[in-house]
Write a protein of this length. Structure first.
Length: 114
């Protein structure tokens, strides 16, 4: 898996959705599935632009709540979603993705970590 050194300049709705999916999984794994949701910083404009993409496949299994005033998006996964990452190999892939890509979309979308 590559380790990009710069932020992705091109806006890609599907890549951002995949980022939400994998970073939510990483957040839950880091917190032993004992959290209420993964929170992201995203502007209302970028959120609307992301959702204008007709495909939302990466978001399957996630309930999204957007707060326009605070520009935050909360992603809460279903049990089936989390079960996909119980496997040790998947957990390692998610951890590596988190480490390599946590700032890939920083100016548009960023996981707010505690």
């Amino acid at each position: 898996m590559e380790s990009p050194t710069t932020e992705l300049e091109v806006f890609s709705s599907l890549s951002m959705q995949e980022y939400i999916r994998l970073m939510t999984a990483a957040y839950y794994l880091q917190h032993d599935n004992k959290c209420v949701g993964a929170m992201f910083k995203i502007s209302a404009e970028n959120y609307a632009k992301m959702l204008s993409e007709p495909l939302h496949t990466p978001l399957i299994g996630l309930a999204l709540t957007f707060n326009a005033e605070q520009e935050t998006l909360t992603a809460v996964p279903t049990e089936d979603f989390l079960h996909q990452y119980d496997n040790k190999i998947m957990a390692e892939v998610i951890e590596q993705y988190h480490n390599n890509y946590k700032n890939r979309y920083a100016s548009r979308l960023l996981l707010l970590e505690e």
